[in-house]
Design a protein around this ligand. Structure first.
Ligand SMILES: NC(=O)c1ccc[n+]([C@@H]2O[C@H](COP(=O)([O-])OP(=O)(O)OC[C@H]3O[C@@H](n4cnc5c(N)ncnc54)[C@H](O)[C@@H]3O)[C@@H](O)[C@H]2O)c1
Length: 322
């Protein structure tokens, strides 16, 4: 027993310095006995503890990119609406924007798909809403966007992605098919853009990225009306970019090349030769994946692309270089 009344202090201090279970036990006992005097025993653990906390806090501020590498998120604090993001390219875009730090409203005709993407985004620690919306209905777009703006407090980014197509020669296509393609691929983009502009103009800030198609730049056999809608999306975006520059709203277009999707094989059933010829014509030697398209959209939605507007970016493995 020493003069302080503690059986292990201070003469056992040196032997308690390394970390065997007995020595740790000794440290704990004498720390409990006199925490002020023996706090230095644990200062290293406290330092390690605060280092761990710091790392955790840092990790929360960083995002993990598609390759699993930590990086500084470019869209931290931003909120976005991505239409048609329940699956395919739209889903990949919604996930990429979230990885880059944005809160994302997942908007789709099929709400079950939207809900599952929203869950994936929430698991990343971002806010996300799953909302059912038919982009062809202007009044519905107005109502839904108002709800999203009120839930997020603001919307910085709109990605017009919802689309639909039926592959067939023009002379075999019906008026009903034309109307459906025009309503979703062109009118839907007009509706969503028009509604979000009031909000973006008031804030003097906004990024609009519309997903068109290389078919809209160079044409595509079996997709005459779809190609013309995508050409219209490009021409509209260039004009809007000019009109909106004074409000500091960027308007750009991303054109995916042929991109793998669940129904892709079905779409080309009976036209396997056409599909094979298409792949052969792609310098990169393969079809695009949805994940190939999304980073280009995230870049154009970021402040790093603040001086880029009215542009059309093909993401097609070099298929289109126009
Ligand atoms: N896949 C390709 O090869 C390819 C190539 C070039 C461009 N694109 C364009 O990329 C976009 C996404 O295509 P994808 O291949 O992922 O298609 P996809 O069919 O896999 O996904 C489209 C999504 O849009 C939704 N949608 C359809 N109509 C809607 C409506 N009225 N309102 C709201 N949501 C609606 C669907 O439910 C679906 O979730 C489309 O604009 C398409 O034109 C695709």
């Amino acid at each position: 027993m020493n003069p302080h009344g503690c059986p292990y202090a201070p003469q056992t201090y040196a032997s308690a310095n390394s970390a065997t279970p007995t020595r740790i036990a000794i440290k704990i006992i004498r720390f409990v006995y006199d925490p002020v005097k023996y706090r230095q025993d644990f200062s290293n653990y406290w330092r390690i503890g605060s280092l761990k906390k710091l790392t955790e806090r840092l990790k929360n501020k960083l995002s993990i990119n598609q390759k699993g590498v930590y990086c500084i998120p470019r869209l931290a604090g931003k909120s976005a609406i991505v239409t048609g993001s329940g699956r395919g390219i739209g889903r990949a875009i919604a996930l990429e924007l979230a990885r880059e730090g944005a809160d994302v409203a997942v908007v789709d005709l099929v709400v079950e798909n939207a809900a599952s993407v929203a869950k994936e985004i929430q698991a990343m620690g971002r806010r996300s809403l799953a909302v059912q919306l038919d982009v062809t209905r202007f009044a519905e777009v107005k109502e839904v966007f108002a709800k999203i703006i009120s839930a997020f407090g603001k919307v910085d980014i709109l990605v017009n992605n919802a689309g639909w197509d039926k592959l067939e020669p023009f002379v075999e296509s019906t008026e009903e098919t034309w109307d459906k393609i025009i309503a979703i691929n062109y009118r839907g983009m007009l509706n969503c853009t028009r509604v979000i502009l009031d909000h973006m103009i008031a804030r003097q800030y906004g990024k609009i990225v519309s997903i068109s198609s290389d078919a809209g730049r160079v044409g595509s056999t079996g997709e005459a009306v779809y190609s013309s809608c995508n050409g219209a999306v490009i021409a509209f975006s260039k004009t809007l970019a000019r009109e909106m520059a004074r409000y500091k709203i960027n308007v750009n277009v991303v054109c995916p090349g042929p991109t793998e999707k669940p129904l892709f094989a079905e779409l080309f059933r009976g036209r396997e030769k056409l599909l094979a010829a298409m792949v052969k014509a792609i310098p990169w030697g393969r079809l695009a994946k949805s994940e190939d398209i999304a980073p280009a959209v995230a870049f154009l939605a970021s402040d790093g692309a603040g001086y880029i507007t009215g542009q059309t970016l093909s993401v097609s493995g070099g298929l289109t270089m126009a």
